[in-house]
Design a protein around this ligand. Structure first.
Ligand code: FES
Length: 346
């Protein structure tokens, strides 16, 4: 365990040798951790901050007000403790190839740096001709997670890594870097400091306002949407706002017969509360349904629709081609047809 800032700890897991292949990961992926605290099972997803070839499986956990798991991790978790850890997941990834000569740009805020630092270290180490530019927003210098590590990387890769810190509560004397990464700032960064059409891929990770400010700026400047990747922060159980289609106002179908396959077992039940998600309804019948964030981000609850139709409230975690192939996030899905057949095994 390592203290990264006064309110953020990073935790490295010692994976049993026989399980190592299952815990291989791509930079940007996350782990879901399970722990029973005060009699309640808590699941939280945290991005991996180590580099795949580094020989570590490390996540950073920032303490948030009222966050049961993050408080436990920051105040009680100790070396030698055991946690249940699901295998790495997530589509917010970057794949490297040694012959690449690319320019990657990331915008991160707060603990949004966690998947980004894994990507950044991987690119610098494994693509000797590629460049990485990081815009990183925080409250003040003290709250910058991985500050020393980033400084060391800047010194080691002087010509290939550019880092711009943006602080909201500490004025370092340059107006451009004082405040939050909002629409105005992102426009100024993208026109003054970058040639956005020359960038191969953008990675955005942070709260919703930052993601949508940067994304809309990039689209306005002509960046192809397929080159913009993002991962949103969300609090467990909360639906994010901007893309939320206000499901509650819609007329759901009365009762649907749901058949689902999970780990080779098939279950059938009636879904008769239209406002309830498929995940929540299924959890009444099926033990140990897979989920973590319940916010449409982590993809732990992903399934494929084999028959029938569903509608999702939000869908941040899936790529467009996955949606086209019939994949859904069951924590965000409501049945639209009288029969729906799903598989979690495909
Ligand atoms: S539980 Fe995270 S996307 Fe559904």
């Amino acid at each position: 365990m390592r203290r990264e800032t006064p309110d953020c700890v990073s935790v490295n897991f010692d994976v049993p040798p026989n399980l190592k292949p299952e815990y291989e990961f791509l930079p940007g992926q996350h782990l879901t951790l399970k722990k029973t605290i005060d009699g309640t099972e808590i699941r939280r997803s945290y991005s991996i901050c180590s580099r795949p070839e580094q020989g570590e499986l490390r996540v950073a956990i920032k303490q948030v007000a009222g966050g049961q798991f993050s408080i436990f991790a920051n105040e009680k978790l100790g070396v030698g403790d055991e946690l249940e850890v699901m295998t790495p997941m997530g589509n917010f990834t970057l794949e490297t190839a040694p012959q690449n000569s690319k320019h990657y740009v990331a915008f991160a805020a707060g603990s949004g740096i966690t998947p980004v630092i894994s990507m950044l270290k991987t690119v610098l180490q494994e693509e000797p001709r590629s460049h990485f530019t990081l815009f990183y927003g925080n409250r003040n210098t003290e709250s910058i997670i991985f500050r020393d590590e980033i400084e060391d990387l800047k010194n080691e890769y002087l010509t290939r890594l550019s880092v711009h810190h943006i602080l909201s509560q500490e004025d370092l004397g340059a107006d451009l870097f004082f405040g939050r990464i909002d629409k105005d700032k992102s426009q100024r960064f993208c026109t003054r400091l970058l040639d956005v059409l020359d960038v191969d891929a953008f990675y955005l990770c942070g709260p919703e306002p930052m993601i949508f400010a940067v994304k809309s700026t990039l689209l306005e400047l002509g960046v192809d949407e397929k080159n913009i990747h993002f991962e949103l922060f969300t609090t467990p159980g909360a639906s994010a706002g901007i893309l939320n289609k206000a499901w509650a106002s819609k007329q759901g179908i009365g009762t649907s017969k749901i058949t689902l396959t999970l780990d080779g077992n098939t279950f059938t039940y009636n879904h008769d509360q239209p406002s309830e998600t498929i995940l929540d309804a299924a959890s009444k019948t099926v033990a140990d349904m897979p989920f973590a964030c319940k916010g449409g981000v982590c993809c732990t609850c992903k399934a494929k629709v084999l028959q029938g139709e569903v509608e999702m409230e939000v869908c941040y975690g899936l790529e467009r081609d996955e949606v086209e192939a019939g994949y859904i996030l069951t924590c965000q899905s409501h049945p639209k047809t009288e029969t729906v057949v799903l598989s979690f095994d495909e």
